[in-house]
Design a protein around this ligand. Structure first.
Ligand SMILES: Cc1ncc(COP(=O)(O)O)c(C=O)c1O
Length: 394
């Protein structure tokens, strides 16, 4: 059957290939002294807290399962608005908030609303692979700009200005980033947005990991800068609800009708049960639990990053958010007698039963040297991982 060129062009999500291989090996070694440890997972190891689970069950029991309006339940949009005020001190009116089926649907809606065929979107290398595919699905072109550790693996205004061409439509950033866990310094973000605005472009920023921020110098939403910033967010990470498929985006008011039309036609609405459940995320008891978990994520980072550095898996920038470590595996690969992050990941899986993610998905610049570790795992599992790494790396 003939595929569309659009479908042909989409590269596989290699993370998933590695995950499949890890699952297969995990079954083989399940009963051994060293069962598989998964440090390749991009989702919290926690599940939704009790009030959220109960709210979902109640919605089902009450039969509150019809479609909602495309923009989402008004009550939920109000709760999200209040969260911006409470946590970030930023006024984000509910009428600018669009509830979506995860950040993924929000990114699709944003790209389809704003990108025409041939438009170019600038983004950092490395970055979350699906983001460039959302752009190409809208028939745009993602232009990956190599970044450095000194830049916290983020774009700078100078690089945006230098890369801006006649077809450039805007930037797509993620702060904190997947795979690096590093954020854009607030002043640099202001400069980037000013450069974009002065060229009539759009600033799209994926803030899905913003809730999991560990450093006050970075933990502010880009929505504080200007109403024209478009921010994508989600219940997946801070709120521990990956499989519930719920997220949102904040758009300038003039964009709401276009996004609403697209959402009505493409999705009808986000999951109704998940929306009712998510109302309970903002209860004091739930927020207290999320904050305890955020502290746990920070403690894991504080243990794991120095341990990796000591093992020669150099993490050039300490992540200020999310649950990833972006490590240079050049020396460690040599120690295992292989070269490159792809072979290193497979060799580590084979010898230490540790699943990690090679850099390949995230770009082309330095990704053959880098691997991503996820710290969304218990402290005990992280300690065991460090022991195994120490053993195989000698
Ligand atoms: C940077 C980034 N953006 C978006 C997503 C998609 O998230 P969601 O589950 O909300 O669709 C992910 C998921 O890992 C991510 O890491």
């Amino acid at each position: 059957m003939k595929l569309s060129t659009r479908a042909e062009r989409i590269e596989p999500f290699y993370v998933m290939e590695v995950a499949k291989a890890a699952q297969a090996l995990a079954r083989e070694v399940a009963g051994s002294r060293e069962p598989m440890i998964f440090l390749n997972i991009g989702e919290p190891d926690f599940t939704a807290p009790p009030l959220v689970q109960e709210a979902a069950a109640k919605a089902v029991r009450d039969g509150a399962t019809q479609y909602t309006q495309a923009l989402g339940l008004d009550a939920l949009r109000e709760r999200i608005s209040a969260w911006y005020a409470q946590r970030f001190g930023v006024d984000v009116p509910a009428r600018r908030i669009v509830v979506t089926a995860g950040a993924s649907a929000a990114l699709q809606l944003a790209c389809l609303a704003l990108i025409d065929a041939g438009d170019e979107i600038l983004m950092p290398d490395p970055s979350y692979p699906c983001n460039r595919h959302f752009v190409s699905a809208a028939e745009g072109r993602a232009v990956l700009i190599p970044t450095t550790a000194e830049e916290r693996y983020q774009l700078s205004a100078a690089k945006v200005e230098a890369a801006w061409g006649p077809r450039t439509r805007g930037v797509l950033l993620a702060s904190p980033s997947n795979p690096t866990g590093t954020s854009i310094a607030p002043d640099e973000l202001r400069r980037i947005h000013a450069a974009v605005q002065s060229r009539g472009g759009i600033t799209l920023i994926d803030e899905i990991y913003l809730g999991l921020s560990y450093d006050d110098a970075f933990g502010q939403t880009a929505l504080a800068i200007d109403e024209n910033v478009i921010s994508i967010n989600s219940f997946s990470k801070y709120f521990n609800m990956t499989g519930w498929r719920l997220g949102w985006m904040v758009v300038p008011e003039v964009l709401v009708p276009a996004v609403e039309r697209l959402a009505q036609n493409l999705f009808i609405c986000a999951s109704t049960v998940s929306q009712f459940a998510a109302l309970a995320c903002f209860e004091l008891e739930s927020i207290a639990e999320y904050e305890r978990r955020r502290a746990e994520f920070k403690a894991r980072r504080d243990y794991f990053i120095p341990a990796l550095n000591q093992l020669g898996l150099n993490v050039p920038v300490v992540p200020d958010g999310a649950f990833y470590a972006w490590a240079d595996c050049t020396r460690a690969a040599e120690a295992l007698g292989v070269s490159g992050s792809w072979d290193f990941a497979y060799e580590l899986m084979r010898r230490a039963h540790l699943a990690i993610t090679p850099g390949r998905d995230f770009g082309t610049a330095e990704t053959a040297r880098y691997v991503r570790f996820s710290t969304a795992n218990s402290m005990a599992q992280l300690q065991e991982s460090v022991a195994r790494l120490a053993r195989v790396l000698g």
